[in-house]
Write a protein that binds this ligand. Structure first.
Ligand code: NAP
Length: 259
């Protein structure tokens, strides 16, 4: 039982859908006050309303995590609403699939800005709050794609997700000055709105290649994030955890058939 989340103020970027929505619900169920940030305010407000309807505390804000002014406004609004920022879940990300031959330099830059630069912007914007509180927690949503595996069409995405882990290590050292930890969750294939957009065939093939024989649920990632955010995980920083149902383990298709 993690005892230290109740009453904490949490920002979840990309909290209007998918994994972020799951993270927000897991934290709210533990008594956290959740700020749901996404570009689309209607979906963010709907996600916040779901939490409030279940007796939790949540608010919504429109934010583009690739934009410095927007990120600063998100952090200021959270401090105004909840009096602090105790935990940042930097989760928002995009995964447009296109092979290098079709990818423009602008396509590359856009994915880097939303997935990688945003990690820096969101963490930087929260430092004054962590410093004021004398403590803090950051959880990044990375991926297995890039740091561990490859998939045609995701060279930019994989690079951005590996980049988050490179950022993590030095960020952990710099944030230790503010008694703040930063860790990363690396999801496998998690059943989300974004993943559904890749089509039925993709979902079926992926589920078949996972030893636990199912796609992950958003709560599987929320629970890992909850652990990193807890007081109980206070001596863990700069680390990564793969949450993928064993997806990265098989050496071959035959290895899956042997199960
Ligand atoms: P999703 O269902 O498409 O949801 C993405 C969320 O991010 C939405 O709330 C979206 O809202 C928000 N978002 C996108 N661009 C944004 C921006 N520029 N500024 C602020 N918010 C933005 O995606 P998901 O599958 O939950 O993925 C969430 C994270 O998990 C991503 O970082 C992804 O790389 C990572 N991940 C997912 C999987 C998976 O299997 N699903 C696996 C590994 C890693 P708006 O569009 O309204 O802004």
């Amino acid at each position: 039982m993690l005892t230290s989340i109740s009453g904490k103020s949490v920002i979840v970027t990309g909290g209007s859908k998918g994994i972020g929505k799951g993270i927000a619900q897991v934290f709210a169920a533990q008594g956290a006050k959740v700020m749901i940030a996404a570009r689309g305010i209607e979906a963010a407000e709907a996600a916040a309303s779901d939490i409030v309807a279940k007796g939790g505390t949540a608010e919504a804000i429109s934010c583009d995590v690739a934009d410095w002014d927007s990120v600063q406004s998100m952090v200021a609004a959270t401090t105004d609403a909840f009096g602090a920022v105790d935990i940042l879940c930097a989760n928002a990300g995009i995964f447009p699939q296109m092979k290098m031959v079709d990818m423009s330099p602008d396509d590359w830059d856009h994915v880097m800005a939303v997935n990688l630069k945003s990690s820096f912007l969101c963490v930087k914007a929260c430092i004054p709050a962590f410093e004021a509180a004398g403590k803090g927690r950051v959880v990044l949503t990375s991926s297995i794609t890039g740091p561990v595996t490859g998939f045609p069409g995701w060279s930019h995405y994989g690079a951005s997700k590996s980049g988050q882990l490179g950022f993590l290590k030095t960020a952990a050292m710099e944030l230790s000055r503010y008694n703040t930890t930063i860790n990363a969750v690396m999801p496998g294939n998690i059943f989300t709105e974004g993943l559904q957009d890749l089509g039925e065939d993709y979902l079926k093939t992926m589920a078949a290649s996972i030893p636990l024989k199912r796609l992950g649920a958003v709560e599987d990632i929320g629970n890992a994030a909850l652990f990193f955010a807890s007081d109980e995980a206070g001596y863990i920083t700069g680390q990564e955890i793969v949450v993928d149902g064993g997806q990265i383990l098989p050496e071959s298709l035959e290895a899956i058939d042997e199960i």
